[in-house]
Design a protein around this ligand. Structure first.
Ligand code: RVP
Length: 498
């Protein structure tokens, strides 16, 4: 007969945190959200630390280079999805690693013999008022000059005349070599009263532009997660099918960390793939998952996983529980795995960070996941709502929505994540839908972090380890869950009672 596990499978909604005593020095501004990403010896620091406990889901609809750049600048990390050919995934990783804050690839470019009318059309298309004049009109052509909207007036100048007639030629244009640092470039912008500093390689080809207007923007991200060379960090998903080709290509592209991505990671295939990667590429940290219990955690930790991802069937686009009848409430899964992680630490002296993946609906669920022992969370729906996510923004009667689809849906057909034993995707485990549009990631994530810090302050903690070791949780009854919500008739924004 099957074994029946005594505890009920519980979700985050069934728990609340009890406030602890808040000391006077415990304020949101003092809260430090740093957290370890990869396995390390007890008492030592993790080789990679996040500055905010968020990673983005290994999904087509979520982890693009644009989202990875935005998230790393805010202290988190993306795992570029592997549901694409190896070269395309490696190129996406390279794009993040090559991103230089403040160094912009020029998107408004013309040739010297293009007309001012052509220039106006390009400026209208990009919305930018500074154009690079290069020999071939590309962003990396030989730089011949710069022309801005201040250099001509459509009524005063002949729009059929060449751009070269109004540009500032290179000879009169302050510019820098490719080895200039951002702080040097910024210093020149201010000292020489420039709006824009072109950066050229040794052959005079344009590499980047540095704008004075971006100066404040760069100061906005004091928490960015960077490597030893000050390049943003980025992760990449891999699978148990083509890892022998994918892992070295991603390493070569500069990925900082990898993660085996499987809907069910408690398998010999994943253990073999982990062992192979640790043996052949010991320098790259690699996570495993997904699992929902302590036994599976220990299996992957012993196979070498540098962190373990928790969650089966809880994702917002996931229908695995409906289709296969497997999974576990995310709260129960995190609590069980965290207990096994602590036992593993006790036994081996190795701390293996945990990632709670999927099913986080409210911002406070992140705080609950962390309190229950997760070191960071992975989210799909949450990030898919932002401008930086790859899904299309679609207008509706009430505003906008963004596309969001599961990796097990027919749209993504990620058979490497769902197929077993080389078998392709036989039935769907995910859906294809929409999520409410939520604007800019920088603003949305700042609000979420403010809420988490506020929760931690109420629980009397300024660091995540302190929060995890002192948090007190209570189960909520159906009745007290109802009591948690507003129970008045809400006014709509026009001030009338709905
Ligand atoms: P959510 O944040 O609730 O949208 O969940 C995202 C997670 O759901 C992913 O990180 C992954 O573990 C899981 N997922 C992705 N695709 C599917 C599916 O098609 N069933 N599930």
């Amino acid at each position: 007969m099957a074994q029946i596990i005594a505890e009920v499978s519980r979700t985050f909604n069934e728990y609340l945190l009890l406030p602890n005593r808040t000391r006077t020095d415990c304020r949101p501004a003092a809260v430090d959200l740093r957290t370890p990403l990869v396995r390390h010896r007890v008492g030592e620091a993790s080789a990679i630390e996040l500055h905010a406990p968020f990673v983005s889901a290994i999904m087509q609809a979520v982890s693009s280079p644009e989202l990875a750049i935005a998230l790393a600048r805010n202290g988190g990390l993306s795992f570029i999805h592997h549901n694409q050919p190896v070269e395309e995934q490696a190129a996406a990783v390279r794009k993040v690693k090559n991103f230089k804050a403040g160094f912009v690839t020029s998107d408004t470019n013309v040739r010297p013999d293009d007309t001012l009318r052509d220039l106006v059309a390009v400026m209208r298309r990009t919305g930018h008022s500074t154009a690079a004049v290069t020999h071939d009109g590309t962003a990396t052509g030989r730089l011949l000059g710069l022309v801005t909207s201040r250099d001509f007036h459509p009524q005063r100048h002949d729009l059929d005349g060449p751009v070269s007639g109004r540009m500032t030629p290179l000879g009169e244009l302050p510019h820098a070599g490719g080895d200039v640092t951002l702080s040097e470039a910024n210093a020149r912008l201010w000292e020489e009263r420039l709006d824009c500093l072109p950066v050229l390689d040794g052959e005079g080809h344009l590499q980047h532009l540095v704008f004075r207007s971006d100066y404040a923007d760069n100061k906005r991200f004091p928490n960015q997660v960077v490597d030893g060379g000050k390049r943003l960090r980025v992760g990449a998903g891999v699978n148990t099918h083509d890892y022998r080709e994918r892992v070295p290509a991603l390493l070569e592209a500069g990925a900082d960390v990898l993660c085996f991505d499987s809907s069910d990671g408690y398998s010999d295939w994943q253990a073999e793939a982990l062992t192979w990667t640790k043996k052949n590429y010991p320098e790259i940290p690699i996570g495993g998952g997904n699992v929902v219990d302590g036994e599976a955690f220990t299996f992957l930790a012993e196979a070498g996983a540098d962190f373990v991802k928790i969650g089966v069937g809880g994702g917002s686009i996931c229908i695995t529980r409906d289709q296969k009848g497997i999974g576990r409430g995310q709260a129960s899964a995190v609590l069980d795995v965290a207990a096994a992680r602590d036992a593993f630490l006790e036994r081996t002296g190795d701390y293996v960070p945990l990632c709670s993946d999927g099913g986080l609906v409210e911002d406070y669920h992140v705080a609950l996941a962390l309190a229950m022992g997760a070191d960071f969370v992975m989210m799909g729906r949450y990030f898919a709502r932002f401008d930086q996510a790859p899904g299309a923004k679609v207008p509706t009667r009430d505003g906008f929505v963004k596309e969001y689809w599961g990796e097990g849906s027919n749209r993504a057909r990620n058979w490497q994540r769902y197929g077993q034993g080389g078998q392709g995707l036989v039935f769907e485990e995910g859906v294809d839908g929409y999520v409410p549009y939520a604007g800019d990631l920088n603003e949305g994530l700042a609000t979420t972090m403010a809420k988490i810090k506020s929760t931690m302050v109420s629980c009397g903690s300024v660091t995540l380890p302190e929060f995890q070791s002192t948090a007190r949780l209570t189960l909520v009854s159906e009745q007290s869950f109802q009591e948690s919500h507003a129970s008045v008739t809400l006014r709509d924004t026009s001030g009338t009672v709905a």
